[in-house]
Write a protein that binds this ligand. Structure first.
Ligand SMILES: NC(=O)c1ccc[n+]([C@@H]2O[C@H](COP(=O)([O-])OP(=O)(O)OC[C@H]3O[C@@H](n4cnc5c(N)ncnc54)[C@H](OP(=O)(O)O)[C@@H]3O)[C@@H](O)[C@H]2O)c1
Length: 256
C-alpha cells in the first residue's frame, strides 16, 4: 500500500536538532522513523550525537555542528555537506532564538539575535539549498518552524513575534521564486508545546496569565510529536502540492 509519508532514501537537513530541544529532537525521531537519512545541525556536537543515538538506524545519520548566525558561510557549508554525503531532498529549520522582549529592554543586540537566526538563517539556508548539487534532482521541500506568535499578537514578545511573522513572508516569496526548481517552502506554526521551554514560560507568568494561556488552547497544549507530524507531512509526498503556506498546529489557538 502507498504511504505518502514514506521518506525512505531521502536525505534531510534538520537544524535545532540538539537532544535538549524538545521539538527538534522529536522532528528528528519522526523523520528517521519514516526512513529519512538525517544531517543534524546545532552548535554542540555532543548534543547532536545524543540525538543521533536515539534515532532509528543511527549509522544512517550524520551530525554537522555549525553556528547558523554565520550567515554568509551557510551556502558554502551546505555545498560541502552535499559534496561529502549527497544532495538533500529537504530541510527543516527549527533552531530559533526564543523568549520575551519587553519594550523597555528592546535594543539593537536583541533585534540582531532574533532576526539573524530566525530570519537571516532561514533565507541563507534556502539560498544554500537551491544550489546545483545541493538540492536533489527532483527538487525538495523546505519547512520553517515558525510560531503562532507570528500570526497573532503576544504581549512582551514583539521581537520573537515579528521574526516569526517574517518567516511566513519569506516562505511565500520563496515559494514563488523556487517553484520552477520544484522546491516547496512552508511554515509550521505551533502554539504552546509541552516541554522544557513551556515549563520555563509557565514559571515566568503570573497565575492569571497562565490560566488565560491555557484557556486560549481549546484542545489543550500540544506535544512535540504534533509538530513533528506536521513537518513530516510537508516534507513528504503528502505535501507535494503545498507551497507558500503556513500551517498552524495549535490546538485551536488561532481559531478564536
Ligand atoms: N517550545 C514551544 O512551545 C514552541 C512554540 C511555538 C514555536 N516553537 C518553535 O519550535 C522550534 C523548536 O523549539 P524548541 O523549544 O524545541 O527549541 P529549543 O529548545 O530552544 O532549541 C533550539 C535549538 O536551536 C539550536 N541553536 C540555537 N542557536 C543556534 C545557532 N546559532 N546555530 C545553530 N543552532 C542553534 C540549539 O542547539 P545548540 O544550543 O546546540 O546550538 C537547539 O537545538 C523553534 O523554532 C521555536 O521557535 C516552539
Amino acid at each position: 500500500m502507498r504511504n505518502p509519508l514514506d521518506l525512505t532514501g531521502r536525505r534531510l537537513l534538520v537544524t535545532g536538532a540538539s537532544a535538549d530541544s524538545d521539538i527538534g529532537r522529536e522532528i528528528c525521531r519522526t523523520l528517521a522513523g519514516l526512513g529519512a537519512a538525517l544531517t543534524l545541525v546545532g552548535r554542540r556536537a555532543d548534543a547532536l550525537e545524543a540525538t543521533r543515538a536515539l534515532l532509528d538506524g543511527p549509522e544512517r545519520h550524520g551530525v554537522a555542528p555549525f553556528d547558523l548566525t554565520d550567515l554568509d558561510a551557510i551556502p558554502g557549508w551546505m555545498k560541502g555537506l552535499a559534496e561529502a554525503g549527497g544532495p538533500f531532498a529537504g530541510l527543516v529549520h527549527s533552531a530559533s532564538e526564543q523568549g520575551y522582549s519587553v519594550l523597555r529592554q528592546v535594543n539593537r543586540a536583541q533585534f540582531d539575535r532574533y532576526f539573524t537566526l530566525n530570519v537571516g538563517a532561514s533565507l541563507m539556508l534556502a539560498r544554500g539549498f537551491h544550489q546545483k548539487g545541493v538540492v536533489a534532482p527532483g527538487g525538495g521541500s523546505i519547512v520553517y518552524v515558525g510560531s503562532v506568535a507570528g500570526l497573532k499578537g503576544q504581549k512582551g514578545r514583539s521581537l520573537y513575534a515579528a521574526s516569526k511573522a517574517a518567516l511566513v513572508s519569506v516562505a511565500q516569496s520563496l515559494a514563488l521564486e523556487l517553484a520552477d526548481k520544484r522546491i516547496r517552502v512552508n511554515v509550521v506554526a505551533p502554539a504552546v508545546v509541552l516541554g522544557a521551554k513551556a515549563e520555563k514560560q509557565f514559571a515566568m507568568l503570573p497565575a492569571e496569565q497562565n490560566a488565560a494561556l491555557a484557556a486560549a488552547h481549546p484542545l489543550g497544549y500540544g506535544a512535540p510529536q504534533d509538530v513533528a507530524d506536521a513537518v513530516a507531512y510537508l516534507l513528504a509526498d503528502s505535501g507535494r502540492w503545498v507551497t507558500g503556506t503556513v500551517l498552524p498546529v495549535d490546538g485551536g489557538f488561532t481559531a478564536g
